[in-house]
Ligand binder design. Structure first.
Ligand code: 5GP
Length: 177
């Protein structure tokens, strides 16, 4: 744990990556969303890429990772949304090149963590700006004591989390059923 509400998963997801776990995660998301008509998987660089890539492989669709910095040369060709970073506590801009999202796309959003829902909401905003639709949101680790899930459910999105953490404390991690 880093502070009261940040979980460090550098050993298997955010720095060193466990490929067998990533393959299992990808298969699980692919199976949960196999009937949703997904045409693309969208994540945010960089920690979402490993689980999102394996999900895209399972669904046999392309992966797009949104970039956190705007390209100075291609501003007009980007869909952009603002997002407040939970871990960095600062506003950032996330963007996707317009050429990779079409109105016919059905997009599955995948991310490593769900806290306040800002990252997922920004990605969903990009999908909607492109005129495409959101198939749902797949989260590897949801901190269920934070408001992200409710925000996304209220916005009408299907949210599937693989690990739901009820609480973090000095004595350990409690999972929800
Ligand atoms: P949200 O936008 O839902 O508030 O936060 C999700 C984003 O912040 C994720 O993309 C993830 O990178 C980062 N994040 C949120 N909580 C944690 C955490 O406890 N640990 C780590 N490593 N990243 C987190």
């Amino acid at each position: 744990m880093l502070g009261a509400d940040v979980l460090k998963v550098d050993a298997f997801l955010n720095h060193q990556v466990d490929p067998v776990l990533m393959a299992d995660i990808g298969e699980t998301f692919a199976s949960l969303f196999k009937n949703a008509g997904v045409t693309k998987v969208l994540t945010l660089e960089s920690s979402g890429i490993a689980p999102a890539l394996m999900t895209a492989l399972g669904l046999r669709v392309p992966l797009i990772f949104a970039k956190k910095r705007k390209s100075l040369t291609l501003k007009d060709d980007l869909w952009t949304e603002r997002s407040f970073s939970f871990t960095k506590q600062e506003e950032s801009e996330v963007s996707v090149s317009k050429q990779f999202l079409a109105p016919s796309d059905v997009v599955l959003i995948v991310d490593d963590f769900l806290a306040n829902g800002q990252a997922a909401q920004a990605m969903a905003g990009i999908v909607l700006k492109a005129g495409a639709s959101v198939a749902g949101i797949g989260i590897v680790i949801e901190k269920a004591f934070q408001p992200g899930r409710q925000l996304l459910l209220d916005a009408g999105y299907r949210v599937e989390s693989l690990a739901r953490i009820a609480s973090l404390s000095e004595s350990g991690i409690e999972f929800e059923e």
